[in-house]
Design a binder for this molecule. Structure first.
Ligand code: ADP
Length: 369
């Protein structure tokens, strides 16, 4: 019997759509953007495109340039070189007064909510509508509808101080949606929240994305956020995009050390008893521990059977897990195989390349296992 990692994605499902994003119309086009602060190069030639309707994540360590980048999208930050376009309109180079109508089409959610403490929940959400000159008669039903959407219908008369962090962020989201934006920017919207509240806010954002078809660009330093809701991700390091692609692909095959470090504990770790015995170098009578990554439709058994038949390698399964990322199964399996020298390892490597999504030699353990 084949142990199969089945592809849960039907054509047209979320995962499929994530792959098709490159074929979508781009709503955000960032081209070769550079930004310095004195001697500090915050953005060092960034090019990114966000497809209409997707949730696009930008991740990186502190100081990587995430905030600067997301703020160039609504003109809160100017660029020294390059261009930023949203829905075909050039943002970079616009004056403050030219930016006013553009910003109305781009909602933003902030880490610290940025609510007005002297105003009620209702008035906080109504504010962008008032500023845009919308009449009272229209404001009332619109705000009610938004509060309903974010699950706060009963808090219209409350003041921010009476709300939990998660509720405050729901107000922030309702306010960001007030002017029916075509793009929502989220600047570390869940960083100040506990894990459970974080999840509920992320699910709300996903729900809004699906229900309204609203494009969301979010920045975060947490891979768990990316995994939970993003379709595609760009990894930023020192002002450059070091890696980008569909989230499930980046998780299964992180191409850079920066991404691997950000993934940290989200990558299945070896059990402690095994991790303790792993050595970086092979020795006489050691087994190589090889991590294999499978994505989508892939079968384990033929891979191991071919390995045995073609290279006479007997693999033992020692560890494994299956995760679902953007509705795609991503399986990690660790096999143990008797080590027979570097040439042999190169042959195993060449044999497995193309049969699995990713492969990595984790180290070596005494054969007694
Ligand atoms: P991140 O959001 O990934 O933490 P930022 O975009 O905030 O990164 O910062 C990128 C780099 O630019 C950092 O080195 C930061 O210190 C610097 N920087 C950001 N904003 C300013 C500013 N207003 N003045 C001077 N340096 C800044």
């Amino acid at each position: 019997m084949y142990i199969t990692v089945s592809d849960a994605a039907d054509p047209g499902s979320g995962a499929q759509q994530a792959d098709d994003v490159r074929a979508r119309e781009a709503i955000v086009r960032i081209r070769d953007v550079r930004r310095r602060y004195g001697q500090v190069v915050a953005l060092d030639g960034i090019s990114v495109e966000v497809g209409r309707g997707e949730i696009f994540g930008i991740i990186g360590r502190s100081g990587a340039g995430k905030s600067t980048l997301i703020r160039t999208i609504n003109g809160l930050e100017t660029v020294d070189e390059g261009s930023v376009e949203v829905a075909g309109r050039r943002i970079s180079g616009l004056s403050e007064s030219e930016l006013v109508p553009v910003r109305r089409r781009i909602g933003m959610v902030f880490q610290h909510f940025n609510l007005l403490s002297a105003k009620t929940v209702f008035d906080n959400v109504a504010l962008p509508l008032k500023l845009a000159g919308v009449g009272r008669a229209e404001i009332e039903p619109k705000v009610r509808q938004l509060l309903d959407l974010v699950g706060l219908s009963d808090k219209a008369r409350a003041y921010p101080a009476m709300l939990s962090g998660g509720q405050k962020q729901r107000v922030g989201i309702a306010r960001a949606l007030a002017a029916d934006p075509e793009l929502l920017l989220s600047d570390e919207a869940t960083s100040a929240l506990d894990p459970e509240t974080t999840l509920s806010i992320l699910h709300l954002l996903r729900d809004i994305n699906r229900r309204l078809g609203l494009t969301i660009v979010l920045i975060t330093h947490e891979m768990a956020v990316i995994r939970e809701i993003c379709d595609r991700v760009a990894v930023l390091d020192r002002g450059r995009v070091v890696e980008h692609g569909p989230v499930w692909e980046v998780f299964a095959r992180p191409a850079t050390e920066v991404t691997r470090r950000l993934l940290g504990t989200l990558r299945p770790e070896l059990p402690a008893f095994l991790a303790e015995r792993v050595r970086p170098q092979p020795g006489p009578g050691t087994d190589a521990l090889i991590r294999l990554e499978f994505t989508g439709k892939a079968a384990l058994e033929p891979v191991l059977a071919d390995l045995a038949r073609e290279l006479d390698v007997r693999a033992t399964l020692v560890h494994g897990s299956i995760d679902y990322i953007a509705e795609r199964p991503v399986a990690t399996l660790v096999i143990s195989v008797p080590y027979e020298g570097e040439d042999w390892l190169r042959r195993v490597n060449a044999h497995l390349a193309g049969r699995v999504a990713g492969m990595e030699v984790l180290g070596y353990v005494p054969r007694a296992l």
